[in-house]
Design a protein around this ligand. Structure first.
Ligand code: PMP
Ligand code: GLN
Length: 382
């Protein structure tokens, strides 16, 4: 194995989902919904397959209908205007958008400042690009970024800031003030910003998702990434996209050509329709997940966890210290046999596992009765 991949082995999601399958436990680990997205969108995919749309290599940047729908979605929700021909690239999920972007924009030795705990593909892609990850730790109990610390981590080698809001796994949604300060630093130090916004439609209560690309000076230096997997509950379709100024998208597209060449065709037609669903769909999706957050949150509190209330995403980060335990990984390994539930140890999302040693993440993108059953089982931990 190439040394760049040292320590990256099997993802924690694959490991914990395999544990759920082997033990028959309820899987609140890997973030995927247990109900599929809208019926009409599934039908749209079937129609495309039957009518022979997208069964052969679609255009490299993505089918025009989907790129136009992505551009219209950005205008509708954020008043951002993107040229669908030069500023939008369809990818095989957000995962490929992240990989292609980092491979396209990083030189060996470049430094990338990224929030920690981090979604695991960030560390792997930065490593594959030969660059160096510089963590900016979001610390309990608030899990908000310390902007003075961010400033202190910028060096002449810093090439880009990698943001994720709403943030997996903590649920932090960056405020307009935080993003404005981050944007000012990016402009001052001439940094690129890559922002993973796959949970853009899952900001709850008073939290509002504002893309950093909308801030002054950011349009030309930001690559924004999102995915249909999260917003429409089709994680298996692997339709994602990157959006940026034309020169950046051209670079990302070059890398994408040699990763997957193109992304699967028929699903692109279906997601082009999904992005045009009325506001009621997006509002209903958010309201439903917010209710599920509260359902699982109440269950976790009743079971004795120290629960961090997430402002967004479909994850809840907890602390297991109240159980007299502090090793999240060991806790998650034994959770299925103790009570028939699978979760994810956040410790693997830190450079220094000590930092997240006692944090455990649960997902709530599951049916109500599944969440209730899991909550009941977790009471056995008391
Ligand atoms: N970024 C974050 C923060 C995620 O949580 C995920 C998926 N769980 C992805 C990217 C990957 O998205 P996709 O499935 O579209 O590749
Ligand atoms: N993003 C999902 C999560 O955080 C999982 C995606 C994956 O398995 N790579 O759970």
């Amino acid at each position: 194995l190439n040394r760049r991949l040292d320590g990256l082995g099997t993802t924690i999601f694959a490991e914990m989902s395999a544990l759920a399958t082997a033990t028959g436990a309820i899987n609140l680990g890997q973030g995927f919904p247990d109900t599929d997205g809208p019926e009409e969108i599934r039908e749209a995919a079937v129609r495309a397959l039957r009518e022979g749309r997208g069964n052969q290599y679609p255009p490299g940047p993505g089918i025009p209908e989907l790129r136009a729908a992505i551009s219209d979605h950005q205008r509708r929700f954020y008043d951002l205007s993107l040229d669908p021909d030069t500023e939008v690239l369809v990818t095989a999920g957000a995962t490929e958008a992240i990989a292609a972007t980092l491979l396209a924009l990083l030189e060996p030795g470049d430094e990338v400042i990224a929030f920690e705990p981090f979604y695991d593909s960030y560390a792997a892609c930065i490593a594959m690009a030969g660059a160096k990850r510089v963590p900016l730790t979001l610390r309990a109990p608030s899990f908000r970024p310390d902007l003075d610390e961010l400033r202190s981590k910028i060096t002449p080698r810093t090439r880009l800031l990698l943001l994720n809001t709403p943030h997996n796994p903590t649920g932090t949604v960056l405020t307009a003030e935080e993003q404005s300060a981050i944007a000012a630093l990016a402009v001052e130090h001439d940094l690129l910003v890559v922002t993973d916004e796959v949970y853009e439609h899952l900001a709850f209560d008073d939290a509002v998702h504002v893309p950093i690309a909308t801030f002054p000076g950011m349009r030309e230096r930001t690559v924004s990434i999102s995915s249909a997997g999260k917003t429409f509950s089709f994680t298996g379709w692997k339709v994602g996209w990157a959006m940026a100024a034309a020169p950046l998208i051209a670079a990302v597209r070059t890398a994408k050509q040699y990763l997957t060449y193109v992304s699967a065709g028929p699903f692109q037609y279906a997601i082009a329709e999904a992005l045009r669903l009325p506001d009621a769909y997006f509002d209903g999706f958010r309201a439903d997940l917010r209710r599920k957050r509260d359902l699982l949150g109440d269950g976790l509190r009743a079971a004795g966890f120290d629960v961090h209330q997430p402002q967004g995403t479909y994850f809840i980060t907890t602390d297991i210290t109240p159980f007299g335990e502090k090793d999240a990984y060991a806790f998650c390994r034994t959770l299925p046999e103790r009570c028939g539930v699978v979760a994810i140890p956040n410790s693997v999302f830190y450079d220094d596992p000590e930092a997240g040693r006692s944090q455990v993440r649960f997902t709530f993108c599951k049916q109500d009765d599944v969440l209730q059953e899991a909550a009941g089982r977790l009471l056995r931990l008391a």
